[in-house]
Design a protein around this ligand. Structure first.
Ligand code: PMP
Length: 396
């Protein structure tokens, strides 16, 4: 018998979400997630994926993934510590540490579970974590799981961070104190002030943790935000995802050997969840090789990002202060933002509306992620749709 209490809870809450317009209907992409996608039989220019370098559909990655299926099968068969550590996992970790300029690296099944795993393996209830208020949900959940005291500082506000770090240190209450930040903030495309963060960390002996999900492949000629600032020797945890610029799936931490050794014995998703499939890790290794060999894809993505930004700005849209190819188009109120995104969709552009609570009230935006896989023709087509819908709605 299904639980009546559960049924009632689900029905009431789903109804409420739907009434408030907060129930997110999920679109199904038919086929590959490239620069053009098909949803409900309709072809759209895709400006909503994190596939920054277009590697999710790259022929070279597909080829090595198919070979890995032939040589290693489709599944790893076990968790890493039993017999799920295959030679291809070790190869990937060696490649990540080479890419990031660290002694070692550890791969996880996703970026989300990597943050949950790594933060809680090192921090505990006797510690404190200074966390940027705009950090990603997986950082927030990782901090909560650790049971450390969470001290949120205002977004990229170095005075606030300094003050809170000073108070935490001088209180003498905590064994360890960590500062944790996204490298690139995904809603506005701004870059964390890592040089200042490192200075504060040195002053108060803080552990430093950078989630570079949106910086890897994008900044530092592809190697990420830490490399962009030349701070490879000053950041303890260089965390990243294999699902965005790398185009596949997975997460990792790169750092000193003793940190990686500790994560291998203490982080629970590593110990208790089956490892990434051979095809996934082999494709990731190939992707990193491509990034290390040439900046061609990286350069094209930046060119496309600059082109779209310039075009939207010339049309009269507010594109915020992004420092990366992430291009928000700020509309304002949630309803107008959702209507704008819907009209773009009807005309052939897939760019999702991002509204409160993901961004502050009144700053709803349609977020564009131009990638290396877009052509100038696609971007021109998208711009003319932006112009049409923007004029029709009186936004420009
Ligand atoms: N950190 C940040 C900053 C992210 O944006 C994301 C993905 N949205 C993640 C972590 C999680 O990564 P993944 O999708 O690989 O689980």
């Amino acid at each position: 018998m299904p639980s009546e209490t559960l049924n009632q809870f689900l029905d009431e809450n789903l109804k409420e979400l739907k009434e408030q317009g907060l129930y997110n209907e999920i679109n199904v992409v038919e086929g590959a997630n490239g620069p053009r996608i098909t949803i409900d039989g309709k072809e759209l220019i895709n400006l909503s994926s994190n596939n920054y370098l277009g590697l999710a559909t790259d022929e070279r990655l597909k080829e090595v993934a198919k070979d890995a299926v032939d040589s290693h099968g489709v599944g790893a068969g076990a968790v890493r510590t039993i017999n799920g550590t295959l030679d291809v996992h070790v190869k990937l970790e060696e490649k990540i540490s080479e890419f990031k300029g660290t002694e070692a690296a550890i791969a996880y099944q996703s970026g989300f579970n990597c943050n949950m795993a790594a933060i809680s393996a090192v921090m505990d209830k006797n510690d404190a974590i200074l966390s940027d208020e705009l950090n990603h949900a997986s950082i927030i959940d990782g901090c909560r799981l650790s049971k450390a005291k969470i001290l949120r500082y205002n977004h990229s506000d170095m005075e606030d961070l300094h003050q809170k770090a000073k108070e935490a240190k001088e209180s003498g209450q905590y064994n360890k104190i960590m500062v944790i930040t996204d490298g690139v903030f995904s809603m506005d495309g701004d870059i964390a002030k890592l040089p200042e963060i490192v200075e504060i960390a040195k002053e108060f002996d803080l552990i430093t943790y950078v989630d570079d999900a949106h910086g890897s492949g994008v900044l530092g000629k592809g190697a990420g935000t830490v490399k962009h600032f030349g701070l490879q020797n000053d950041i303890d945890f260089q965390m990243g995802t294999l699902s965005k610029a790398i185009g596949v799936v997975g997460g990792y931490v790169a750092g000193k050997q003793n940190l990686i050794d500790w994560l291998k014995v203490r982080s629970r998703p590593f110990l208790f969840s089956t490892s990434l499939s051979p095809a996934d890790v082999t494709a990731c290794t190939q992707a990193i090789d491509l990034l290390m060999e040439s900046t061609e894809l990286h350069d094209r993505m930046w060119e496309n990002g600059d082109y779209l930004k310039k075009g939207l700005k010339e049309l009269g849209f507010d594109i915020g202060d992004s420092e990366t190819p992430i291009t928000p188009c700020v509309i304002g109120e949630a309803k107008a933002t959702q209507e704008f995104s819907k009209r773009l969709y009807e005309e052939g552009v897939y760019a999702k509306a991002i509204v409160f609570p993901t961004v502050p009230k009144g700053s709803g935006r349609v977020r564009n992620m131009p990638t290396a896989a877009h052509t100038k023709d696609m971007l021109d087509e998208a711009l003319s749709i932006y112009e049409k819908v923007g004029k029709e709605m009186g936004l420009i």
